[in-house]
Design a protein around this ligand. Structure first.
Ligand SMILES: C[S@@+](CC[C@H](N)C(=O)[O-])C[C@H]1O[C@@H](n2cnc3c(N)ncnc32)[C@H](O)[C@@H]1O
Length: 188
């Protein structure tokens, strides 16, 4: 068999294995994620969020469902926050761990965020799915302190009044980003 055929078959084999791994990682956690699959935010969307949500060094940003950790890394670089991410998809978790190696102040945990109290957060970031937003709203009201900022990509928290609505300047990635702040009476 000619060498180029062997190389082609090897590359194709690697690509197929990667695709299978990706598909398996999505399916294996579907009962937990309920449609909030591993789909990293576009960089322009992360930039837009950071431009409009200034944070103080040392504040705690939590990305519930942190994917490959890009939001954690960008916020850490821009504002010097402490950044914590939860992730259940093993492939996304592995990527996030790899990409944050050597970055102090960033922690990524292989955890289902529904089972974790996030009350220490100063800022909570999420990019999930409409099916879970109602339940998430209840968890946030229960656990977050007044003044905590909540950012939800693409999907609103039902019944909550946003303080700002952002549309990234990009024809491809212009879906809304909702900004909220937990009020003193937690009525949202
Ligand atoms: C649309 S992606 C967003 C990733 C990242 N936040 C970003 O903006 O780039 C949603 C991520 O949330 C994770 N996820 C969904 N439900 C979760 C849960 N209950 N606990 C932990 N991670 C979860 C998924 O595995 C997926 O990687």
């Amino acid at each position: 068999m000619p060498t180029w055929v062997i190389i082609l078959l090897t590359v194709m084999g690697i690509l197929i294995v990667c695709k299978l791994l990706f598909a398996f990682s999505l399916v294996s956690v579907f009962p937990i994620t309920q449609g909030a699959m591993f789909h990293p935010s576009a960089r322009v969307r992360v930039r837009t969020f950071l431009d409009h949500v200034p944070m103080k060094a040392g504040e705690l940003l939590i990305d519930i469902g942190c994917g490959d950790g890009r939001v954690l890394r960008a916020a850490k670089r821009r504002y010097g926050v402490r950044a914590l991410g939860f992730e259940v998809n093993p492939l996304a978790y592995a990527l996030a761990r790899l990409r944050t190696i050597g970055m102090e102040g960033i922690e990524v945990r292989l955890r289902n965020f529904w089972n974790v109290d996030i009350g220490d957060a100063d800022v909570v970031f999420c990019y999930l799915f409409p099916d879970v937003m109602g339940r998430l709203a209840q968890k946030l009201v229960r656990e977050l302190r007044p003044g905590t900022r909540v950012i939800s990509c693409n999907f609103p928290l039902p019944g909550w009044r946003h303080s700002e609505l952002l549309y990234p300047e990009s024809s491809l990635h212009a879906d809304p980003i909702y900004l909220y702040q937990i009020p003193a009476d937690s009525g949202c």
